[in-house]
Design a protein around this ligand. Structure first.
Ligand code: C2E
Ligand code: CA
Ligand code: CA
Ligand code: CA
Length: 276
């Protein structure tokens, strides 16, 4: 029994060390990955809930590791955020997304995820301005998706950046709404054009007596009253689609329409009035 106790402990430590080593390796690889051009942008169509028309796409980054293969952004984005590599990665996504969108029909927008860490960066607004100038993408075709966690830092500075971005003419979306430090006060002060209702609220919303349903409804109503539009994320079933339509959510993203697809595939399928 004594031995087994130590065995369990040793097992735990080696496991722990292994995880830490893997993490360090992944972090080293991440630094090389930008130079080696191992990142790709995939695009998930954003669909008008009333007309089934594609109005744009969200860019979702993919890392194709030479040995490990596909690595999920949920795994490497947090790593990149720790090492500040996220700023280079974020600028890559911004530039690539804008230049890809230049190939699409002019009616389609591109949405790019922005990490809160990029907000702390010197002159984030200037970076966006430069990318728009270089790619010639009209600013109104660019939407930046920002999570509530930006608000944990200096509020005045964040508000200034928002205003700078609005002055450029880009659109702002509040991502994963309802999951973070969401404060209605922030919402009142910040010039968001769109609220993205997190998929955790959509999931289960159609079940009997679900508490998610009134939350979806209240979010849609509030957004409307504040002159914002809404997107439902992670819609997978027809029941969920019916529900968000009934709540007058404006846009839908989810596997029911399409998973994220490669830039090539998106380009070849994109056309004016693309019904999906
Ligand atoms: P997110 O911004 O909330 O993106 C939505 C995630 O939900 C994506 O996961 C997407 O593939 C997935 N999804 C879409 N529709 C459905 C559905 O119907 N069902 C389910 N189960 N999932 C669905 P993905 O691509 O793995 O990205 C995960 C997260 O990584 C993103 O969450 C975002 O926070 C982050 N991320 C991805 N690309 C970037 C980027 O370029 N920059 C930054 N800063 N973060 C990124
Ligand atoms: Ca997003
Ligand atoms: Ca989201
Ligand atoms: Ca998310």
């Amino acid at each position: 029994a004594k031995n087994s106790g130590r065995g369990v402990f040793r097992f735990f430590t080696t496991d722990y060390l292994k995880a830490a080593t893997e993490r360090r390796e992944l972090e080293e690889d991440l630094h090389l990955a930008i130079e080696r051009d191992e990142f790709q942008l995939y695009y998930q169509p954003v669909v008008d809930a009333r007309t089934d028309t594609v109005v744009g796409a969200e860019a979702l980054i993919r890392w194709i590791h030479p040995v490990k293969g596909f690595v999920s952004p949920a795994q490497f984005i947090p790593l990149a955020e720790e090492s500040n590599l996220i700023c280079r990665l974020g600028e890559f996504a911004l530039r690539r997304g804008c230049s890809d969108a230049m190939q699409w029909p002019k009616s389609l927008r591109v949405a790019i995820n922005v990490s809160p860490v990029q907000f702390a960066e010197e002159d984030f607004v200037k970076i966006v301005q430069r990318v728009l100038r270089e790619t010639r993408l009209p600013p109104e075709r660019l939407e930046l998706e920002i999570t509530e966690s930006v608000f944990v830092s200096d509020d005045e500075k964040v508000q200034q950046i928002f205003q700078g971005l609005k002055n450029l003419g880009v659109r702002l979306a509040l991502d994963d709404f309802g999951t973070g430090y969401s404060s209605l006060g922030y919402l009142r002060r910040s010039p968001f054009d769109k609220l993205k209702i997190d998929q955790s609220f959509i999931r289960g919303a159609t079940e009997f007596a679900s508490r998610n349903r009134p939350i979806v409804e209240a979010t849609a109503t509030m957004a409307q009253a504040l002159s914002m539009v809404t997107t439902a994320e992670g819609v997978e079933t027809f029941d969920q689609l019916d529900l968000v339509r009934a709540q007058r959510v404006n846009y839908v993203q989810g596997y029911i329409y399409s998973k994220p697809i490669s830039a090539e595939e998106f380009l070849s399928r994109a056309s004016d009035n693309w019904q999906i």
